[in-house]
Design a protein around this ligand. Sequence first.
Ligand SMILES: Nc1ncnc2c1ncn2[C@@H]1O[C@H](COP(=O)(O)OP(=O)(O)O)[C@@H](O)[C@H]1O
Ligand SMILES: [Mg+2]
Length: 282
Amino acid sequence: MSTNTERSRGPAIRVRNVEKSYKELHVLKGVDFEVARGSIFALLGSNGAGKTTAIKILSTLLKADGGTASVNGYDVATQAADVRESISLTGQFAAVDEVLTGRENLVLVARLRHLANPGKIADDLLARFSLTEAGGRKAGTYSGGMRRRLDISMSLIGNPPIIFLDEPTTGLDPQARIEVWDAVKELARNGTTVLLTTQYLDEAEQLADRIAILHEGRIIVNGTLAELKALLPPAKVEYVEKQPTLEDVFFAVVGDSAPGTGAGNVGDPAGSPVSSPVSTDK
Ligand SMILES: Nc1ncnc2c1ncn2[C@@H]1O[C@H](COP(=O)(O)OP(=O)(O)O)[C@@H](O)[C@H]1O
Ligand SMILES: [Mg+2]
């Protein structure tokens, strides 16, 4: 579409000096960043840093007190309807209907969006996110990772160019996290711009083309993984690169199994989940 071609010249997301307070709590104190089209951008921050607040402002659910933000070339304050047509938002808590099968969930959303061939759309998405076999089962029987993958695939119906994923793997076990990471990589392969928030360093490391750390109301670092690593003393870089994470150990012990097969049971499940939240406040 010609309008899309016009818009594709600028960044997918541009945030300038955005501020937001909840009464006297000054959460965002002037946040700046840009997200290039077709890239995966991770907004990394500890619990309460303001990640969800930023996502809500960008998805027009919340108004900023100051600054400007545009999404797909549209101003979030003055062109909210255009912004909403350009995005999908997947929150921390899956919007999946448990009584319906995975396929029925997808068909329902496609119907609600008045799209032609909802069945084909559903089948294509099930295949894309390795859910074909599970498609006929009630979503209530799905594992956490399958459910989150279904949620992400539901949010893709209608092909929004930009997708927001707010803490897509929080609360998932290590196996499910890997499944969701694969789903996010799949999004980027298809050219979707992804802005994800996370508390997990390893998640940002795995997925993101660029990483910005939101801390005390501002973006304190913004760069590629290599650029971020270059900021750290060598000993720390060595730790990040070479020391196996608990997740590595977990998968070495349980063996890697295909998503949704039910294989890979852990003999001693007491140790999971095993990710380390970021702590920028040391
Ligand atoms: N509606 C609200 N009213 C008052 N305080 C809020 C509201 N939403 C979030 N907060 C507070 O703002 C801060 C940032 O919250 P949030 O954006 O959810 O952070 P994050 O997503 O990074 O965990 C937290 O201290 C939170 O308690
Ligand atoms: Mg949040």
